[in-house]
Every structure is written in structure tokens, then in C-alpha cells.
Write a protein that binds this ligand. Structure first.
Ligand SMILES: *Cc1c(COP(=O)(O)O)cnc(C)c1O
Length: 433
């Protein structure tokens, strides 16, 4: 059959999966397995020299994890992917081939709270400097770039403030500066947004969220577009210079568009060790089979609940790019035309105290630190995920004291509205009425 470009709904079920050659099993088997027998000594040598692709040891490659890598790469329109143990591991792996002690990278200041801490505090101990900037301020981005800058990082839909990054603008800026643009596409998923179409060169995900979809499995993944020209940029010695641990092999020269993916496995997973468990890859593959269906429902429900909240007397504002009066409504139409996701924040009258009462009063919503689950979730960021940050950082991240974040699930939206209605009545005691 002639090569045909399959649609998203076909790829989410079939990419990376084929009937098991030895048994005919239709679903991807869980290869709960550590090591793989070599055909002979020559085969072993070729694998260890990276002259042949195959399985050696599951810290580097595992067939169930490979199926997940292939599937997510297909959904993002990338050439390859490296799955790993969590979204935070994916962020380290994505930067690891690019950075050295003394290097810096530019990051949006609108990020998942845990990412701000990882970038701003922990990375310092590797000698990696993160320069946080407001991506709306083009001059600030340009001023922050110097000869030691190795990448730009942002989220497509920024968690938790409902902010949508102007990916085309940032993509152009990165390209003009000869820098890779790494986009965390966790909140949008490849169904709603495809960063490679706007100039991103790498995408990272916490697969823990919408991709697995049921709150069962931690995981992360780094996807490469294959489009960044490492040799022309000349800024990333790990990609272009001889690699001592592989007899002086040069990744960019040897592997071309697959260089970054191969480096992520052969050096990143091998030495950082943050491999994904086969069972988690299997659960995530199952989740991805229904990704488009779930995202449509997440978006429709979120819009309905956000519209209802925006008219509620105890609600100060709702920050959801899917609302027509959002400052990001135009960007949502451009970058996430099928919907602005299932995640948004709103401000509760009465501030911190009311928010804490609200999260304790809801019954269907679960009060916990996660997002992208089939069930609806609620969290007050200032008392939980963002409590390690300074008040300025909290506000910059859209997580001030009055802010509650909802991750809207795929339940009956009228039940979600009824739950919030009774919760808000208890939280504010009608005081603002
Ligand atoms: C959850 C999350 C992360 C971190 O992922 P883990 O799987 O929890 O390590 C990073 N970025 C975003 C946008 C997230 O939502």
C-alpha cells in the first residue's frame, strides 16, 4: 500500500504497535525484562558500538518502552523520542546533551511550580544557570541571551495560569539566535497543540498527566523534531565533538537527524539512569489510545464549568484561554484550535481562607497535586505546589493566594458544577453576597 499519512486518531492506536512477531498478541506485550541475549559476540559488539540498533539492557532500551517512544514521536510529528521515569526526568534529559557547567538557558517564568524549583535551585548544583524571563518581553529575552546560552524553554499552555505561549514568536527568536526551543507540551498534549509546527525543536511531556490519563503511572518523554542543525549552531559540544565513552564517535555526524535521540538513550539514560518501567509504558500506551476522545471531553467540560464560574458571585475572575474574554483567546484559536485544555484557575473572593475551605468542601473533585486525570481535581497552589516560592514568584506563575486550580475531568459537567456550587457556598458562607 502506498505511504499514507495517517490521522491522529489512527496513530494514537497503531503507532509503535504491531502484532507480536512470536505470538501474534495484538496488544503491546509488557516486556517485564532486564536483559536480552546476544545472537553472538559480533552482534554484542555491534550493539555496544552503536553500529546496530537493538536491545541490550532495559535501562537503555526495552520493547514496551520503545513502542511508547515511537507512538509519542508520531503524535508530535518528531523523528524520535526518549521515554523516562517522570516529567522532571524528561526535563533533565532534554537539557543534558546541551548544557555544561557554566552554561545557561532561558526559561519562561510561567511554569509548573516544581519546574521553577528544579530549574532555579537544583540545576545550580550542576553549574547550570536558568535565566527566567517574561516571554512577553522580547527585549528581555534578547538581553538574557549570551555566548553561554544553550536553549530556550517554555510550556505551550502554562500550568497553572491558563497562559498560552506565542510559540511562533519564540520559535523565530530561538532560530535567529541559533538555539533549540524546548516546549513542555504536557497541558496541551499533541492532540491540542503541535509545537514542532511553530518552531519548537524538542518537546517534553510529563506522561503522568493526560497521556496516561488515569492517574496510574509516572512517566516522562523527550521528543526530537530532528530539525536542529547542531553542526551549524556549533554551541553544543556533546552533540558535535568526539564522545570519549564511544571511541570518539560524533553524534551529530554519525546519526544526523537522530543524533539527539540516540544521545538521549546512549548517554542520557545509560548514565543518568532514569529509565521508564515497562509496566508504566504499557499503561501509558493504553491511555494514549483514547487521548483525542478524552481531550475533546476535557475541553468541552472545562469550557462549560469556566463559563458557569465566571458568572458566580463569589468568583473574582476565571483564567481560561478557552473563554472569549481571555487575553489569550486569540492565541488559543491559533495554537490550540480544538480547545484550550482541561486546566484553568479562578480567583475566589475571601482569598486564602476561602480557598482552603473550598478544597475541603468539594466532594467529586479530589484535592490533590496532579492534573490530566479522567477524574476532576482541585488544588490551592499557594498552600501546596507553589508554597516554596516567594510571593512574587507565586504571582508571576499565576498562583497567588486567591487562586484555585481545577483540572476538569471527563465526568458529567452538571455534576461538577453542582459540586462547585455547594463547595463555594460553604467556602464563602455567602459573605460576599
Ligand atoms: C507534572 C508536570 C511536570 C513534572 O512531571 P512529573 O511527571 O510529575 O515529574 C512538568 N511540567 C508540567 C507542565 C507538569 O504538569
Amino acid at each position: 500500500m502506498a505511504e499514507r499519512e495517517y490521522g491522529f486518531d489512527t496513530l494514537q492506536i497503531h503507532a509503535g504497535a504491531r502484532p507480536d512477531p512470536s505470538t501474534g498478541a495484538r496488544q503491546v506485550p509488557i516486556y517485564q525484562n532486564t536483559a536480552y541475549v546476544f545472537r553472538d559476540a559480533d552482534h554484542a559488539a555491534a550493539l555496544f558500538n552503536l553500529q546496530e540498533v537493538g536491545y541490550i539492557y532495559s535501562r537503555l532500551t526495552n520493547p514496551t518502552v520503545s513502542a511508547l517512544q515511537e507512538r509519542v514521536a508520531a503524535l508530535e510529528g518528531g523523528v524520535g523520542a526518549v521515554a523516562c521515569s517522570s516529567g522532571h526526568a524528561a526535563q533533565i534529559l532534554s537539557l543534558f546533551p546541551l548544557m555544561n557547567p557554566g552554561s545557561n538557558f532561558i526559561s519562561s517564568n510561567r511554569l509548573y511550580g516544581g519546574t521553577i524549583t528544579q530549574f532555579g535551585q537544583t540545576f545550580k548544583r550542576f553549574g547550570w544557570e536558568c535565566r527566567f524571563v517574561d516571554l512577553e518581553d522580547t527585549a528581555a529575552i534578547q538581553n538574557a541571551i549570551d555566548e553561554n546560552t544553550k536553549a530556550i524553554f517554555c510550556e505551550s499552555i502554562a500550568n497553572p495560569g491558563g497562559y498560552i505561549t506565542d510559540l511562533e514568536k519564540i520559535g523565530k527568536l530561538a532560530s535567529d539566535a541559533g538555539l533549540p526551543l524546548i516546549v513542555d507540551n504536557t497541558s496541551a498534549t499533541p492532540y491540542l497543540c503541535r509545537p514542532f509546527e511553530w518552531g519548537a525543536t524538542q518537546v517534553v511531556h510529563s506522561t503522568t498527566k493526560y497521556l496516561s490519563g488515569n492517574g496510574t503511572s509516572m512517566g516522562g518523554i523527550v521528543v526530537d523534531s530532528g530539525k536542529f542543525d547542531w553542526v551549524a549552531a556549533g554551541k553544543h559540544p556533546s552533540m558535535t565533538e568526539p564522545e570519549p565513552a564511544y571511541h570518539g564517535l560524533k553524534f551529530a555526524e554519525t546519526f544526523g537527524p537522530l543524533a539527539y535521540t540516540f544521545h538521549g538513550i546512549a548517554i542520557g539514560l545509560r548514565d543518568l539512569g532514569s529509565c521508564q518501567a515497562p509496566m508504566n509504558a504499557f499503561q501509558t500506551l493504553l491511555g494514549i489510545e483514547t487521548l483525542s476522545l478524552r481531550m475533546e471531553r476535557h475541553c468541552a467540560n472545562a469550557k462549560k464549568v469556566a463559563e458557569w464560574l465566571s458568572k458566580h458571585k463569589d468568583v473574582e475572575y476565571v483564567s481560561y484561554a478557552g473563554l472569549d474574554d481571555s487575553p489569550y483567546a486569540d492565541r488559543a484559536k491559533k495554537y490550540t484550535p480544538k480547545g484550550a485544555g482541561g486546566l484553568f484557575t479562578f480567583g475566589v473572593k475571601g482569598g486564602y481562607e476561602s480557598c482552603v475551605k473550598l478544597v475541603d468542601s468539594v466532594e467529586i473533585f479530589s484535592h490533590l497535586a496532579n492534573l490530566g486525570d479522567a477524574r476532576s481535581l482541585i488544588i490551592h497552589s499557594a498552600s501546596t505546589t507553589h508554597r516554596q516560592l516567594t510571593p512574587e514568584q507565586q504571582s508571576a506563575a499565576g498562583a497567588g493566594p486567591e487562586v484555585v486550580r481545577l483540572s476538569i475531568g471527563i465526568e458529567d459537567p452538571d455534576d461538577l458544577i453542582a459540586d462547585l456550587e455547594q463547595g463555594l457556598a460553604k467556602a464563602t458562607g455567602g459573605a460576599s453576597g
